[in-house]
Design a protein around this ligand. Structure first.
Ligand code: PMP
Length: 404
């Protein structure tokens, strides 16, 4: 497996690289790199516009990538996939699209309520704050308890006839918490809300099945599932996507244009204005193919055992506290250590060739609530080994001692 990931074969500060920052970005296997190289070398052209052969090949590649990714997420005939540059753009497209059309089209209006879980990345908070400000809707938070969990009972209390949107992550990137999103989405959908699932942290190992969940918009990023940066998508119900006023206005997203007005093209083009990242879409589809070739369940099981190993080792270090230790189905561990700042721990780990993430992980409200500050996070992927986890544990033990 490791032979398929060229980037792993290097030394950092004289040590073999142990890349444990997969929650931020995973590495790309040769199959993905090669698929993109082949497209850029032979088929690169703009799509939809040309009658020439390369344009047709590029269009076929783009459409083929869309079809493959729809299957990957269990999309049915009622679903469509809209390419974006990642989860952030996907969430902005949704939140902005629900009000930008003006009062006569908007799904969100004054007095409406938007519920967002307390586990979210800033990308699933700030666009909703903005939407609430612009429409006069109210943003309500499904707060996590002291262990970082959210509950159905909490959502029941918040839901009302005014609830128009419910947004939640499938895995909290700052803690590893895996909320019961299936049940929560169903409750919100039954109450008449549009439902949003941030699948950024699970697309690489625990892909949600759209056919089985009450989800109007599922969003993800390619670079967190062995694919290229600057790629991602919204996979959503057609009817829900139709509600979004397009934010990327310009070429390729219109049927007709006059100097006074324009008529939108059908989905998905309507929400994909401008030249898309075709090479990226090809790479993203190759990444989904790579995951399926490995067997999704096997990847999931592997990252869980690495996490369990890391959890046991880190908890045995005096003064270390792991957040959401109960989140056994997660691919990451986030921890704090008494008298040792995460930034300093991360720096000492880097000196030993171990890459981890430190900081607020773009989830400051949740970390402010749980630990009043930043954490160190190790996150695992298919190519990580138990030996790397042993190195992590040993290096954290050393760092915590050295920093006291
Ligand atoms: N949501 C979650 C849960 C994430 O982990 C991330 C990336 N850290 C994002 C959203 C944002 O993804 P991107 O930066 O790829 O847009």
């Amino acid at each position: 497996m490791r032979a398929q990931f060229p980037v792993l074969h290097q030394q950092v500060h004289g040590h073999p690289l142990a890349y444990l920052d997969n929650g931020a970005t995973t590495q790309m296997p040769l199959a993905v790199i090669e698929a993109m190289r082949a497209f850029e070398s032979h088929d690169r052209a703009n799509i939809h516009r040309g009658v020439h052969t390369l344009s047709q090949r590029a269009t076929d590649a783009f459409d083929g990538a869309r079809a493959l990714l729809k299957r990957f997420f269990g999309a049915g005939a009622e679903h469509e996939l809209v390419f974006t540059s990642g989860t952030t753009e996907a969430l902005n497209t949704i939140a902005g699209g629900l009000w930008a059309g003006g009062p006569e089209h908007a799904w969100l209006r004054e007095g409406d309520e938007i519920i967002v879980s307390g586990l979210e990345h800033h990308a699933n908070i700030i666009p909703w704050q903005h939407a609430a400000r612009r429409t006069g809707a109210r943003l309500r938070i499904l707060r996590a308890d002291d262990e970082g969990r959210v509950h159905e009972a909490g959502l029941r209390q918040l839901l009302s006839p005014r609830t128009r949107v419910f947004a939640i992550t499938a895995c909290a990137n700052a803690t590893g918490e895996r909320p019961p999103y299936e049940a929560l989405l169903r409750l919100a959908a039954e109450a008449g809300a549009l439902t949003v699932l941030d699948a950024a942290q699970v697309a690489s190992h625990a892909v949600p099945d759209l056919a089985a969940i009450a989800c109007d918009y599922l969003v993800f990023s390619g670079h967190k599932m062995y694919g290229p940066m600057g790629t991602g998508a919204i996979v959503g119900r057609r009817a829900a996507l139709e509600r979004l006023y397009p934010l990327r206005l310009g070429g390729d997203m219109v049927d007709w244009v006059s100097y006074e007005a324009a008529g939108w093209a059908p989905l998905p083009a309507r929400l994909e204005g401008g030249t898309p990242n075709v090479g990226g879409a090809v790479g993203l589809a190759a990444a989904a193919r790579f995951i399926d070739a490995q067997d999704r369940g096997a990847i999931d099981a592997h990252v869980h055992t690495l996490r369990a190993h890391a959890l046991a080792g880190l908890q045995a270090i005096e003064g270390v506290r792991v957040l959401a230790p109960h989140a056994v189905q997660s691919a990451l561990v986030s921890f704090i250590a008494r008298d040792a700042h995460p930034h300093d721990i991360g720096t000492l780990l880097d000196e030993r060739g171990i890459a981890v993430r430190t900081g607020h992980h773009c989830a400051q409200p949740l970390l402010d609530q749980l630990v009043q500050g930043p954490t160190t996070r190790a996150s695992f992927a298919i190519y990580n080994t138990h030996e790397e986890v042993d190195r992590l544990i040993e290096a954290v033990a050393y760092a915590v001692k050295a920093l006291r």
